[in-house]
Design a protein around this ligand. Sequence first.
Ligand code: SF4
Length: 374
Amino acid sequence: MDRLHARYPFLEAAREAVATADVSLPVLVAEGAPAVARGRERVERALTEGTVESETPDAYGVQAELLSYPIARILVSLLESDAAIEKYARAEAATAIDRLLEDLDRDDELRSVGTVGIELEDVLREFDLEDAVRREAGRRTVNPARARYRIDVGPYLRLSSSDWGDRWRLVNRELADGSLPIDRDDLLRCLEEAVRDRVLEGLPFEFADDDELAAELSAEVEDLRRLLSERPRVGAIEVVAPDLFPPCMRNLIEKAERGTALSAPEEFALMAFLTGLDMSPEEVVAFCADTSLDAEAIRYQTEFLRDETGTQYPPPTCETLSAYGICHNEEDHWQIAGDPLAYYERRLEAADDVVGWRDRAEATGTTGDVDADA
Ligand code: SF4
């Protein structure tokens, strides 16, 4: 087991490392090894925050980090929810691509001092894409982020969706000789789909009623179920009144309006909040039209945040947002609510004569696909 396996546990080599290691998952679970707590955290953060990164990465060694992956797969299977499995797989994939981006953008000097990382070619080989994806001939660029590639049409269709926006439709790509050009960001988006598919392989695991491993994990599973059911389901709040948004969300919107890029946790928190107001992806795109946020990234993330019933868990709690430096406890309202949606709901209840963004946007024709409300 090495650090690369822990960083990318979906790799075939990581799976083999677990399979051939002298460890038994039932024994680890029975002993309450750190991998169990980390596996539980993996699932909790996947379902509530869209990432599987640990909040306390220094608390876990390489073995616990790697073994937490198969334990998380067991735990999410025991939740018996297709939506949970889908969200978990997407969070694993999103985290993997964030890590891959870090590795790709790390400069050569850092690589040479032994930092654990992976190359794009390694990931392409992992998914049998090494022949299907080629760096464009004659378009060498010093900045790897601006590199362009060609991808064969078959893998492109398998790993992308026209639901991601018009530019993903084949008719809008310059198809020639069975392949089409693709930039690095879009290639990584396709690879995220490949990781998601890999994570989904074999899930959910089936367990007999008297399965001992499932019984040993029942406390963790109950804990996850309770946590999810305690989090208020979204859909009850339908009024979009930006003037009443909590300071954390107003700050993020103002930052994006200044043209500053939001960090991944900031973007996730904002998208989860807006989705929590029952805003459709197109409404969120319209709402964020004059910001640094990319329309296709918004669509992707908001669709991810809504489950098949159109609802979703609310944004991260105030405590988590504080840990990320997103909340500064302005107006001392940590006392008032546990998460931004709950705080906003209270401000709405206390307000008179609320004029909703949808009303204003409808008047100016900038609502996206609004079909509801205030
Ligand atoms: S206390 Fe909660 S709602 Fe208020 S600013 Fe902080 S994160 Fe936002």
